[in-house]
Write a protein that binds this ligand. Sequence first.
Ligand code: HEC
Length: 111
Amino acid sequence: MFLGTVAAAAAVLTTPFVSAQNLDAGKPPEKLFADGCSACHRSPRGLAKGRYALTLSWFLQDHYSAGPDTAKALAAYLVSVDTPPPGPAAKPGPKSAKSKPRPPKPAVQGQ
Ligand code: HEC
């Protein structure tokens, strides 16, 4: 059958490309983390530690032999869920809660 031959040929032609594909490609980073990282890192939070996604992706490629695409996706994910560094606004201490209510400052500064 002509159609069958074409299909078989197509399958033979495309198979090498399919098998050469990165198996992690297309997986959402949450899944990548759950599959490959959660065994040792319970949470993706706090791993980026304020690093840039680019340096982080180098780290991941170096240490976990992740492909560049996987490393980039994971790095962006880690950065996006990273806990922000504690700043003055992030920790409402008992002081700020109990301090006297201040009247709003009039916004007249050189205008
Ligand atoms: C076999 C256990 C193991 C697996 C699996 C693993 N890690 Fe790690 N990872 C470690 C250890 C151990 C450290 C170094 C100790 C630390 O810094 O907490 C580390 C450190 C890191 C750091 C640096 C943290 C820092 O404090 O600077 C990042 C980022 C990281 N891992 C991400 C990942 C990602 C993403 C994956 C999945 C691709 C992964 N890890 C998989 C064990 C693992």
